[in-house]
Design a protein around this ligand. Structure first.
Ligand SMILES: *Cc1c(COP(=O)(O)O)cnc(C)c1O
Length: 395
């Protein structure tokens, strides 16, 4: 489409974007170039945990931009140290490496596990991952992902990522061999269709990996930082993994990600790991603001409460329209349809008048909801009313 003097055709074609350009965001709302408002239940793909342009992020960015933007990754800076401290004080991990994207944090986790395997496990380097998992779009993280078609898309793959069936402890056990160094999983498979790992499965996985002397890596890029009602989703199972990655919510909309590990796993030496923007103060200052909000008394409990409210509304909607229920954790949820009309619903939600609704369909039979963590019950009610109208038209 034409946008002023410019054309969207100047952008590389990588996905089907609708013919509109977003110009403003306010809390739960996005506003396009024609002034139309959209109730946003995508929120940058479970990223904008405090909604669009929350004052604490704007203030963190503006304040930090006036003080120090980039001293170089070879020096400490204040927000980098403060954010690392907030993360280690509120998790079972001892040290943090900051990255820019979830995929980059996961690459770091893979490298750390492989180095640990070289030092302590006779060169073991295989990392067991799961069918339908999603770990990012670099070559190694695509290879680690269990997404159909990704094994051939940019062949040859990075080797060393055998896939087990999710929630199947026997399938994991069957894959463990002398070359195995770790098991890596998402506590809720987000892109795979909002499929939570069972609490018992997570506990059994921790037990199994400990017994076999291999590492447990949790990819909490989508589930971490409050999304499921706990600061980190693995806390629901009361387990302590060896390595965790964060992305999305930790930056609340800016590119920030993190690799966290327990002290005895931290075996990087100078030169092993780095990156020009790692720990840059502009992004880590935002991370500090986000963490302070997460840790404010009652904030996580409110997420849990609103997650339950959303679940209840979705169950009622499902019953009313004869659908197949809902699933998820906290404010990462999905409505399970009875046929493959999710993409059409997403499209029609977008074009509703006078206001639109932004939803995501990770599968043709599934609608995913990933609102801001401070979404209100009124906003949930409004989304449900709009969805009710869309479903009624198609019943
Ligand atoms: C989004 C996502 C990633 C990739 O993060 P990017 O920032 O897009 O690189 C990795 N793992 C999970 C579980 C994700 O949801």
């Amino acid at each position: 489409m034409q946008y002023g003097a410019f054309s969207t055709d100047s952008l590389m074609y990588i996905t089907n974007r609708p013919d509109l350009v977003f110009e403003r965001g306010e809390g739960a709302w996005l506003i396009d170039h024609q002034g139309k408002r959209y109730l946003d239940f995508i929120q940058g793909w479970a990223v904008n945990c405090l909604g669009h342009c929350p004052p604490e992020i704007t203030e963190a960015l503006v304040g930090q931009a006036g003080r120090l933007i980039n001293p170089s990754p070879a020096f400490y800076n204040g927000p980098m140290v403060e954010l690392a401290g907030l993360l280690t004080a509120n998790s079972c991990f001892d040290r943090v490496f900051f990255a820019n994207t979830g995929a980059e944090a996961n690459e770091g986790a893979i490298k750390l596990a492989r180095k640990w395997g070289r030092l302590h496990k006779g060169g073991a380097h295989e990392i067991i991952t799961f069918e339908h998992s999603f770990h990012g779009r670099t070559l190694a993280t695509m290879s680690a992902s269990g997404k159909a078609g990704w094994d051939t898309l940019y062949a040859p793959q990075v080797s060393g990522f055998p896939k087990a069936a999710y929630n199947d402890i026997a399938a994991v056990e069957a894959l463990i061999g002398p070359k195995t160094v770790a098991v890596m999983l998402e506590p809720v498979q987000g892109e795979g269709g909002v499929i939570p790992a069972g609490i018992e499965f997570l506990k059994a996985l921790r037990e199994l990996t400990r017994q076999r002397g291999i590492l447990l890596i949790v990819d909490e890029v989508q589930t971490g930082v409050g999304r499921t009602g706990k600061l980190f989703a693995h806390e629901h199972a009361d387990i302590e993994p060896d390595i965790m990655t964060l992305g999305k919510g930790i930056g609340g909309g800016v590119p920030l990600a993190a690799l966290l590990a327990r002290e005895d796993i931290c075996c990087f030496e100078p030169g092993d790991q780095g990156g020009t923007y790692n720990g840059n103060p502009l992004m880590t200052a935002v991370g500090v603001a986000i963490m302070k909000r997460m840790l404010a008394p009652g904030f996580l409990a409110e997420i849990e409460a609103r997650g339950q409210y959303l679940a209840k509304c979705l169950r009622e909607l499902s019953a009313k329209h004869g659908l197949k229920g809902e699933r998820g954790s906290g404010l990462l949820r999905a409505l399970i349809l009875d046929d493959e009309r999710a993409p059409q619903i997403v499209q029609r939600a977008l074009t509703m008048q006078p206001v639109g609704l932004l939803l995501n369909a990770p599968r043709p039979t599934l609608l995913r909801f990933m609102p801001a963590l401070n979404v209100s019950e009124t906003e949930i009610d409004q989304m449900i009313a709009m969805l009710d109208e869309l479903l009624a038209k198609q019943d």
